[in-house]
Design a protein around this ligand. Structure first.
Ligand SMILES: CC(=O)SCCNC(=O)CCNC(=O)[C@H](O)C(C)(C)COP(=O)(O)OP(=O)(O)OC[C@H]1O[C@@H](n2cnc3c(N)ncnc32)[C@H](O)[C@@H]1OP(=O)(O)O
Length: 425
């Protein structure tokens, strides 16, 4: 197990707030470590983004040697949402790597989370091996799905007959945000999107990774009763290919009903002069995988860990989500980085009083023997309902002292929809 204590950063290094006046130095460091030479427009975009973030700088004397920034996100969790700093832009100067600079910045982040009452933190990792030691566990997964659209999409449901309309990307955020905000908390793992996030991350004309892609196209599904209503939408870009018909890269598709989703998928699969729909970032329980009539035509070509979550304050995190079943057990949580989380705690989920009342949760320190021992990173993976605790017991990284304890916890953690995150940051 990699629960070694923090390797202390050299005493010359201090961790402090990175002021606006250091944003250019921060960007220079970022591009140095990511081996990038961005054009002015991209640099300005990153500058604007960083300005909105909370930032930790690591300074060796007056030299900036480390950067960690956090977006002020709110994350949907089962039954609601919680503030959740979104960690990004993590960079350590090559002259100072493996000397505890990242460890120091993470310790500073956790301290700030504690002081500000933020029970969670989350990130997308550049390399899988970095963040487990800090207690981050993959809590949502994504799938890449490809549709061979050289022939009509075969479906087992009848697509909705509501009208489809293309919307100007400049006007789309207002329309889509209302829909997204209405449906967002039905699934855990989604962030609240600000107006700026919609326009600068989702509707930006030039794709950051592939400049052969078209600007974003937005298609909205209405209803027969009210064609102006939004019953679903898809955001996609297209690209021509030299050796094959063009392709569609789908960025997001949401719909109220499977019939609505089918209408949007059928639309995408029938766009002229294209023969492939590649959808990145689909939930693993995408209804498409069940209503597609020909799974040779609709294939899952990849699956990957998406959002890694940290329960910085386990108690507040557990009390901040809803529960699906009663449970009463003692957890022994190992947390080498946040002492308040480390130890044995009794988790009691009980039926609330009154008809239809939600379950009530309590989580308190105890001397009683543990029913289940697990690492805080694995508890984080299970927290949004996406990864069963029994899988950690089966893998030998969690220990069940009372038979059935992991399954009982899973029943309580269960969510109807799998958690999913499509906003990469
Ligand atoms: C959310 C994001 O922003 S993801 C982007 C992360 N950034 C990058 O990938 C940019 C390039 N890399 C870097 O800037 C740095 O190498 C970082 C940020 C990954 C690591 O920073 P460092 O200051 O070297 O990390 P630090 O010295 O605190 O290492 C802590 C531990 O993690 C380990 N570690 C650090 N980076 C890695 C890695 N890439 N792979 C495996 N282990 C790693 C160290 O060996 C150390 O282990 P130990 O506690 O057993 O001694």
């Amino acid at each position: 197990m990699d629960s070694a204590p923090l390797s202390p950063a050299p005493s010359t290094i201090t961790f402090r707030d990175l002021p606006d006046t250091d944003l250019d130095r921060a960007l220079d460091l970022l591009y140095l470590v990511f081996h990038e030479t961005p054009e002015d427009e991209k640099r300005k975009h990153h500058h604007d983004l960083l300005r909105t973030c909370d930032r930790v700088g690591a300074y060796d004397g007056e030299t900036l040697v480390g950067l960690l920034a956090t977006f002020r996100f709110t994350l949907s969790v089962p039954g609601g949402e919680l503030p959740c700093p979104g960690v990004s832009f993590v960079s350590v100067a090559p002259t100072h790597r493996r000397r505890g600079v990242l460890s120091g910045m993470i310790a500073e982040l956790f301290g700030r989370c504690g002081a500000q009452g933020r029970p969670l933190a989350a990130l997308w990792a550049s390399e899988d091996a970095i963040y487990g030691r800090f207690g981050f566990g993959p809590a949502t997964y994504g799938a890449t799905v490809e549709i061979n659209s050289e022939r009509p999409l075969a479906l087992r449901v009848t697509p909705a007959d509501g009208p489809l309309r293309l919307v100007d990307p400049a006007a789309a955020p207002e329309l889509l945000a209302a829909y997204y905000d209405r449906t967002r908390t039905a699934r855990a793992g989604r962030i609240h999107r600000t107006d700026a996030w919609w326009s600068e991350e989702w509707m930006v004309t030039e794709d950051e990774d592939d400049d052969d892609l078209s600007p974003p196209r937005v298609v909205v599904l209405g209803t027969r009763e009210d064609p102006r209503a939004v019953a679903g939408y898809a955001i996609y870009r297209t690209k021509t290919r030299d050796d094959a018909p063009g392709m569609i890269r789908l960025d997001e598709l949401e719909a109220d009903t499977p019939q609505g989703a089918a209408a949007l998928w059928r639309y995408l699969a029938s766009i002229d002069l294209t023969g492939l729909v590649r959808a990145w970032g689909r939930p693993l329980d995408d209804p498409l995988l069940h209503f597609a009539a020909d799974r040779d035509q609709v294939r899952v070509t990849g699956q990957y860990p998406a959002l890694r979550v940290r329960l910085v304050d386990v108690r507040a995190a557990l009390l901040g989500r809803s529960w699906a079943a009663p449970v009463d057990l003692v957890l022994e949580v190992r947390d080498a980085r946040v002492p308040a989380n480390d130890g044995r705690f009794r988790l009691r989920i009980t039926s609330g009083t009154g008809t239809g009342a939600a379950y009530e949760a309590a989580y308190d320190p105890t001397e009683a023997p543990a029913d289940l021992a697990l690492d805080v990173r694995d508890l984080a993976s299970a927290y949004l309902g996406g990864v069963p605790v029994v899988s950690f017991v089966r893998a030998g990284v969690a220990t069940e002292h009372t038979p059935g304890a992991a399954a009982a916890l899973d029943a309580a953690l269960r969510t109807e929809l799998l958690p999913h995150t499509v906003d990469e940051f």
